[in-house]
Design a protein around this ligand. Structure first.
Ligand SMILES: *Cc1c(COP(=O)(O)O)cnc(C)c1O
Length: 243
């Protein structure tokens, strides 16, 4: 890295220092935590800049927004993760243009994803769990997790890799307990699915407590790309796409 680092480079350095400190505090190696850069609402050129600094894995919330960026960045070998809620009518398309899905939350999507993935390497799948019982939030309830995992395991086009959660935006102690519960669910699921290896939890504000509770992949937007402009809510997007 250069002597006069750009803003993205400064942000990346600062973030890596946070990750290293959190790993040290947790007695973990920094290599045990993967960084997913979340570029939602940011232009392709911001992703290109970060790719130039060595970042490879990028997360997007919306299929159409991701496709536009993938076209602009087709010259780069990037790994794309879909982390936002997935509508059934976009499941086949999503399965064909992402390497990872973090937001599987219902059985209905499983055959659609498998169909969309035909002839490609297996789609890496994380099940999103609704760990706080907030109304209107996405994710499968813990009670439905085992059945959903079984459904994924029946399809060779899909590879179950683990779990993802977004805790309620309460204080860090609350979030830490939510992450601990996800980890317990992960350990339990591992008995029937020993291949799972990924706990996707932790964002810009709470990555330290997520790493303390065993996150293996953190999803970071604002700490890398700066604050986001106001973004339509999921509900507004869903409504929009019905037209
Ligand atoms: C936006 C988003 C992130 C990143 O959030 P920051 O707080 O900006 O780091 C992570 N995961 C999901 C699912 C998101 O929608």
């Amino acid at each position: 890295m250069s002597a006069n680092p750009s803003v993205p480079e400064q942000r990346l350095r600062a973030l890596k220092a946070r990750i290293e400190a959190a790993c040290r505090a947790a007695g973990r190696s920094p290599e045990s935590v993967r960084l997913l850069a979340v570029g939602k609402a940011k232009p392709a050129r911001a992703i290109r800049e970060l790719a130039g600094l060595g970042q490879r894995a990028f997360g997007e919330n919306y299929v159409q927004e991701a496709l536009a960026k993938q076209r602009e960045l087709a010259d780069l070998a990037l790994e794309w993760h879909l982390i936002g809620p997935l509508q059934s009518n976009k499941a086949r398309l999503a399965a064909s243009c992402f390497a990872w899905l973090h937001s599987l939350d219902r059985t209905k999507l499983v055959p659609l994803l498998a169909a969309g993935r035909q002839g490609l390497p297996a789609l890496e799948v994380l099940i999103q769990v609704k760990i706080d019982d907030e109304p209107g939030k996405h994710g499968v309830a813990p009670a439905g997790l085992a059945a959903l995992a079984e459904a994924v395991a029946r399809h060779p086009e899909l590879r179950l890799r683990g779990l993802m959660t977004i805790p309620a935006p309460l204080d860090l102690d609350h979030r830490r307990r939510a992450f601990a519960r996800l980890r317990e669910l992960f350990e339990r699921l591992k008995r029937d699915h020993p291949e799972i290896d990924t706990l996707s939890m932790g964002m810009s504000e709470d990555l330290e407590v997520a790493i303390a509770e065993g996150a293996t992949l953190i999803r970071i937007g604002s700490a890398l790309f700066g604050p986001r402009p106001a973004h339509p809510t999921d509900a507004e997007r869903d409504a929009e796409s019905l037209h």
